[in-house]
Write a protein that binds this ligand. Structure first.
Ligand code: ASP
Ligand code: MG
Length: 470
């Protein structure tokens, strides 16, 4: 059996947890004796919160320009990673080697941070370089931990593993056709050895480090799994699997045992932080199953993500919501041709790097509403104002940040009449007014916007009416 196993930041948060992960891999490798050949690739995230602090400190150092801040931060990271290594690795020789590796990598990082400090400038390329260190420090520690319990582990960066990308820093895309390269680099290592790959990271053809977007280690795992024709890809998380709703909000939220690629994609695009939004793409052609597995209950099957859109009797499987959203209504009596205005709106927003979550346009052609992340509101309004110079095209904008975007997801909604009715009458019965509605024509997702204070009640009402909890 050939499996790619990915461990998220929470799973490798400290030395003790890293040890648990190494033991879990060893148990899996050895169970079944010598009869079954197990080929395993491990993908690791950064220790939890490390990526955040890397990006924050890169920005801070660039704006404040204080070299001592850079040094202090590097020292903090060194302590954190050395402590984790010391807790996780029992073999003194291995520990010594890993510590010196950590030190070497951090020396590289300190040089880069100092440079950023003096220049007072942070390009997206340097930000990727700095951001990559979390995973590049985690992989040697996890590999060392595995070595110290008798597994022949080797660590690789994304670039070493053949993850060659374009130069779209911060959200780099795999270059077409590199799967062969990945396969050629990884397969010779399989069997007796276990490669431990730094997730999230890649490199350009010229060798410059890139990252695959936040949460990108999932994506690393599915890219590698597809390239080497894995039997399954297991994403280990500190949750039961993909849930019908956020269990912190909905008490009777339940693990979804099976979900299709399309549904999982809808969920990840729509705020459920279970998967990197692009993680499903690579596996679709080869139909490689993905499993979201629970670290706290490794025997459990978790959630299986596969090709077939299993239609249960339940039309909708999950309710998800995006907090911190804003709605912008663009209205205009001067809106002559809606297509012309829409083209202008979306091109200025794209140029301003505004990510659009939902779009809706009434057929009166008088208003277009869009939903975006609140952190991008100022940028979006600025961009929109740039098309209003003549004053004739768009009459006015209003925005409202006191809203929450929600999505109901399920393959069973496609072609089933009455689902939208059920959604909105459930909300109506609770006295919740709906501000905006949109449904993709895949019919796998009905999205709507409610007031922030209604979000919890709305989620519960939908969860109840579709019996998602049973
Ligand atoms: N460490 C990266 C992040 O926090 C990638 C990942 O965790 O998957 O975004
Ligand atoms: Mg993470």
């Amino acid at each position: 059996m050939r499996v790619v196993m990915k461990f998220g930041g929470g799973a490798v948060a400290n030395g003790e947890k890293i040890k648990t992960v190494a033991n879990l891999i060893k148990r899996f490798k050895e169970e079944g004796g010598t009869e079954e050949r197990k080929e395993i690739v491990v993908v690791t995230s950064a220790l939890s919160t490390v990526t955040d602090t890397l990006l924050e400190n890169a920005n801070r150092v660039a704006t404040e320009g204080k070299v001592e801040n850079a040094k202090e931060f590097v020292e903090e990271l060194r302590k954190k990673h050395e402590l984790a290594a010391s807790e996780a690795i029992d073999n003194v020789h291995v520990l010594k080697e890993v510590k010196s590796e950590v030190k070497e990598r951090l020396a590289e990082m300190e040089k880069a941070l100092t440079g950023i400090c003096f220049l007072g400038e942070l390009t997206s390329r340097s930000l990727d370089y700095i951001g990559s260190f979390g995973e590049r420090l985690a992989a040697p520690i996890l590999a060392g931990t595995m070595q110290s319990i008798g597994i022949d582990a080797v660590h690789l960066t994304g670039g070493d593993a053949g993850i060659i990308t374009n130069e779209d820093y911060g959200n780099a895309q795999l270059i077409w056709g590199v799967e062969r390269e990945i396969k050629e680099r990884i397969t010779p290592l399989l069997g007796d050895k276990i490669p431990v790959v730094s997730g999230f990271t890649g490199q350009t053809k010229k060798g410059t480090i890139t990252t695959l977007g936040r949460g990108g280690s999932d994506y690393t795992a599915t890219i590698i799994g597809t390239a080497i024709d894995a039997d399954e890809i297991w994403l280990w998380k500190e949750t039961e699997g993909i849930m019908s709703a956020d269990p912190k909000m909905i008490k009777n939220a339940r693990k979804i045992p099976y979900i299709s690629y399309m549904e999982a994609m809808e969920l990840s695009y729509f705020g459920a932080s279970v998967l990197h939004p692009r993680a499903i793409e690579p596996v679709m052609k080869k139909k490689i199953p993905i499993r979201v597995k629970n670290l706290f209950n490794p025997e459990d099957a978790g959630t299986l993500i596969g090709e077939e859109p299993e239609k249960t009797k339940k039309a909708a499987k999950a309710i998800t919501l995006i907090q911190n959203t804003s709605i912008i209504n663009i209205a205009g009596t001067g809106v002559r041709s809606i297509s012309d205005v829409a083209a202008r709106i979306f091109s200025v927003l794209a140029a301003g790097n505004v990510d659009i979550i939902m779009i809706s346009q009434g057929s009166s052609e008088r208003t277009i509403s869009i939903v975006i992340d609140s952190s991008q509101l100022e940028r979006a309004i600025g961009a929109l104002q740039s098309i209003n110079s003549g004053g004739t095209v768009i009459r006015d904008y209003t925005s409202n940040s006191n809203v929450c975007a929600m999505g109901v997801v399920g393959a069973g909604m496609a072609g089933t009449p009455g689902v939208a009715g059920k959604v909105f009458s459930a909300l109506g019965k609770k006295g919740i007014s709906v501000i905006m509605i949109s449904q993709g024509s895949s019919e796998f997702n009905i999205s709507f916007v409610v007031k922030k204070e209604d979000a919890h009640k709305a989620a519960q009402a939908i969860h109840d009416v579709f019996e998602m909890g049973t």
